[in-house]
Design a protein. Sequence first.
Length: 654
Amino acid sequence: MSNEEVIVDFGQELALVNFQEDKEIWDRIFTENPWGIAVSDAISGELLKVNPRYTDMHGYCAEELLGRSMYGLLCASGHHDDIQRIYHKVHDKGHYEYNSIHVRKDGSCFPVHIDNYELTVSDRCLRVVSIWDITESEQKENELRRYRESLEELVELRTAELLRTNEQLRDEIIQRETAENELAIVNQELSNTLESISDGFLAVNRQWIITHANKAMVKANEANGFNGNLVGTNFWDIYDQGNKLITNSCLKVMNDGQPTRFESNEPFMGFWLEISIYPTENGISIFFRDIDERKEIEKAVEEEHLRLYSLFDGFPGLIYVQEENYKIRYANRNFQTKFGSWEGRSCYEVIGGLLYPCIDCETPMTFRNTTSLWKEVMFDNRVYEVYAQPYTDVDGSKLIFKVLIDITDRKNADRELARMERLNMVGEMAAGIAHEVRNPLTTVRGFLQLLGSKDTTKNNHKFYELMIQELDRANVIISDFLSLAREKSTDFGLINITEIVRNLSPLLSADAINQDKRLNLELEPVTNIQGNANEIRQLLLNLAKNGLEAMQGGTTLTIQAHEVGNHIILRICDQGGGVDPAILKKLGTPFLTTKERGTGLGIAICQSIALRQNAVMSFESSPTGTTVTVEFAGDNGENSEISNSKPYTPGLCL
């Protein structure tokens, strides 16, 4: 063999060895590459060779992939046209990269990055496809994108907030500048106001340095010999020797922080000053107001009040002035005499002894209506005419001026006058017809007695007797008429009420026993008075008879006689069922009776007798009985025990 042949053989063997070594290297690269690598036909996409990473990535084994088209098998829906779309790009450039979606065997999809290379082997066009699963990188990119978007949103939000804050700050600066300008204007106006007022004004800081003094204060100091500048001077250097009330009050307000106001007779700015001291953040402010003219007016008003009050004290009625809170501001002498001390107390406390205003109090309504009120009220067994007039005092307070006039005597006189007119009418009738009626009655009675004495009329005797009894009863009524017609009693002499009652007691006791009732006498020695004993006996018998007739069996009639002051009191108290209030008001009216056979003249006769005896008769009744009181006047002829016997009844507001 020649050397050339040897060299050629050696070269072939060496080339074969190198080829085998290169093949092993490329096989390892193809097999162990982390990228999925596939070799396919460039036209049909038929897979010719795939590495393990490619099969693992798609979930197939190599046998399932080889010979199948990668276009229809591995491309996800919507990406089948990717190969056709990039075909010319790969063919023209020989290399192209793009992203797509592949489908695994289980049907799941995943994103991939594809790198295409095109080459020709033995006149066959092949395509080498390298793919990389980019799921993780896309997730990171998505996270990064979301982070970037959130960061951008945050930046935008912070920027917007910063803009808003900047705008608010700009507005606040403008508002502050506006407020400062307005405050400067207000301060200037306040300074102008303080300079224009007639009141003296001082501002003192906590170091007792005067920081402001208006013109009125400077003028007052100049009038008192101080011509220096007040501002900047020490308060105590100027006023330490002044009015101690003012300086002590300034010291107290500075220490306690509580405002105060008082009046002082001070020639510093006028005869009378009203000093107002207020605490401030930096010290105190002091106002001096000249109230000398007001004091003169108050003095004149007070003198006018004194004259008016003197006039009220001489007034016979009860006068008082009431505030909105029911406090009594003024009461005249008669009011104080009747109700006692009133200063600082309420009307319901002084008059009624109550803790709260009366339920039917008309004070609020009077203040609301601002019109006068006129009414009559019953209080302590007395009738008062009440006049209430609301008005506004000089100090602006709302008050009610009330006048109470005791019209009890006038009311009694009116009732007595009406009663007397009725009695006079009955008396005139009695005087006119009594004799004309008695004469025929006497004739009829005589003939009835004559007829009753004959034997031929024995069968009618009981009718004659009944007729005679009725004629006698008519005669008694006529006698009562004549008694009412009598204008005054005769045969007046010294009598003793207790003795008259005691002398009639046997007769009254017998009458009570016959009716299964009792008589109780409560008699005290009394003074002799002028009167007609027979009429007093008639009055006592009529009242006792009425009392006994009103009671049930087993009850007691009480007769009392005692002396109170210069008056003799006779009382007849029964234990009957009482008198109807409507009837009680009309007692004494002629022919008014509740008895079946009564004439209605008994009480009228008793009142007529009492009037002739200079006495007053009154009645009190309840469901447990009725009391008749006859009050005989003494030597001075005055009646008195229509007194304060009943306590105040709440609800009768004066």
